[in-house]
Design a protein around this ligand. Sequence first.
Ligand code: CUA
Length: 173
Amino acid sequence: MAFHIHPLERKWLYAASAAIAIFIGSILLTALFGGIHPPGHMEIIDSARLHLDGEFMEDKLGVRTEPDGSVHVTLVAARYGFFPRQIELPAGTPITFRIASADVLHGMHAPMTNLSTMIVPGYVSTVTTAFPKPGEYPMLCNEFCGMGHDHMWSKMTVVSKETWTAAHPPAGR
Ligand code: CUA
């Protein structure tokens, strides 16, 4: 049985195929050459034992200034919040977040910034950013994680570098 494709339909087939080729091509290009990789470079951790020892124990969580002036933040994401729930950070300073989930898949997103990562149980998510301006920034969960997902948010208060340095001299911890 011979079948006929209308010339107009044929044009659209070409257009749709070209669009698909562009999408797949751009995914491949960014994956191979754009430095796109899973958050935390596949560093693994036992999510069920976070609270027992190591970096993500409760008393080790929070903000730390390194001798070179950079700032590190260690957070646990768990239903339903990021812990500690409120942190203070300096503006205009590189800040590295290390986040682990204590239970299920979460996401961390701070609107109006480029801070956004998935937090996959079993892996450490590492992201580095800087906040240009002081202000209040919410930290929201953007992966559905249960009935309390909508209420899973914590707060970052970004203060000026001067205010920060006065309160946290780089030499001391
Ligand atoms: Cu955590 Cu949604």
